[in-house]
Write a protein that binds this ligand. Structure first.
Ligand SMILES: Cc1ncc(COP(=O)(O)O)c(C=O)c1O
Length: 380
């Protein structure tokens, strides 16, 4: 089975983790600082804070913005549930808006239409690895006095108008889950140019305590204070060592993802039943996912099962978040709220894309997709 995504671990990664295992610091040690600095340099910001996963990164951003009961945060309907859940963790209300038909990225017009006196922030999700239209979103945020933050869990290494993802919004959340462009097993990061937000997040990831144990040791004392309610969202040195090692290879992996996407784009040009999502010219797409839309005449469920049976590990990203029972019951967000997202959901499929894929693997995916969809069209 060719999975839709897959990590790549080599001997250097293993050696980096083993070195930490043999050291004195398994967690909250020097590798955390080193990984944070490496990510900050990579995306070009002043501050980066490592946390235990991308969901924690999103939660930290919401807390740092002071999102609470009564506060609304605008999120796209097509994303992973965590983008909305982080608002609910803080007692706020996610407001789901529709996406653009061709990219499935949050639709700036829908964002503007959803703003109320209670709106506090917008979360832009770089769905599939394609950066959103940050200039338009920032202009809306500025006009209405809102914060714009980024869920870049798919898009590390991407760019928008030659500016790096991680440096396009007030704060940006990353995920290092194994299916993502680089991994720490589980892991996340927040990047920002605002030292006060970074300091607030550093405390929140450590129970809301003002000093971590290394800072206390340096100060030669034992005293610390918990100044707010936080969580244990720390990332270990073992994971950070893996992250440092992975980050070195990320540029090469991104290039390989782009080559694979190019091979798919070319092949599907000749297949009218398959339309890849549009990539806008001003971005460098990180291709965490390669998503196609099937002709509405094709039964996606049947195609999905036939492809899986043929060893192609296709997937569907995502069930529109407002249609999950939790949100339907809590917020009354029923079908019809985001029609573009709902229609797309019936037609999309994620095809395998990961750097270790060989050209023949890509050809196999193309051939199988072609066979399955042509056979269905003929049957119809
Ligand atoms: C868009 C998006 N946001 C947030 C997350 C959460 O990241 P994590 O799994 O690291 O908690 C994911 C993970 O799949 C995601 O795809």
């Amino acid at each position: 089975m060719l999975p839709y995504s897959k990590q790549w671990i080599d001997d250097q990664d293993v050696a980096a983790v083993v070195e930490v295992l043999r050291s004195n610091w398994l967690t909250t040690g020097p590798k955390v600082d080193e990984f944070e600095q490496a990510i900050a340099n990579f995306v070009g910001v002043r501050k980066a804070v490592a946390v235990s996963n991308g969901t924690a990164a999103l939660h930290c951003m919401m807390e740092a913005l002071g999102i609470g009961p009564g506060g609304e945060v605008i999120v796209p309907a097509i994303t992973f549930a965590a983008t909305a859940n982080c608002v609910v963790y803080q007692g706020g209300t996610p407001v789901f808006v529709d996406v653009a038909h061709d990219t499935l990225l949050i639709d700036p017009q829908a964002v503007e239409a959803a703003i109320t006196p209670n709106t506090r922030a917008i979360i832009a999700v770089d769905f599939a690895g394609q950066p959103c239209d940050y200039d338009r979103l920032q202009a809306i945020a500025d006009r209405h006095g809102l914060s714009l933050v980024a869920d870049a869990c798919h898009s590390i290494g991407g760019t928008y108008k030659n500016r790096s993802v991680g440096n396009l919004a007030e704060m940006t959340a990353f995920s290092f889950h194994p299916v993502k462009p680089m991994t720490t097993g589980e892991g996340g990061m927040i990047t920002t140019d605002a030292p006060d937000l970074a300091a607030s997040i550093r405390s929140f990831r450590n129970h809301g305590i003002d000093l971590d144990h290394r800072q206390r040791e340096q100060a030669g004392g034992w005293f610390y204070q918990m100044t707010k309610l936080g969580f244990n969202y720390r990332l270990s040195d073992l994971q950070c060592a893996l992250g440092i090692s992975q980050l070195r290879r990320l540029p090469v992996w991104l290039q390989r993802r782009q080559e694979i996407a190019g091979q798919y784009d070319k092949a599907f040009d000749a297949l009218p039943a398959i339309t890849p999502l549009t990539t806008r010219p001003e971005v460098r797409h990180a291709y965490h996912l390669y998503i196609v839309r099937l002709d509405p005449a094709i039964n996606r469920r049947t195609a999905f099962h036939e492809l899986r049976q043929a060893g192609i590990g296709v997937n569907v990203h995502y069930v529109p978040v407002h249609l999950h029972p939790f949100y339907q019951e809590r917020l009354g967000t029923n079908a019809g709220l985001c029609p573009v997202a709902e229609t797309a959901y019936e037609q999309i499929m994620s095809l395998p894309v990961y750097p270790a894929m060989r050209a023949e693997d890509v050809n196999r995916v193309v051939d199988t997709v072609s066979k399955v969809t042509t056979h269905q069209k003929l049957a119809a």
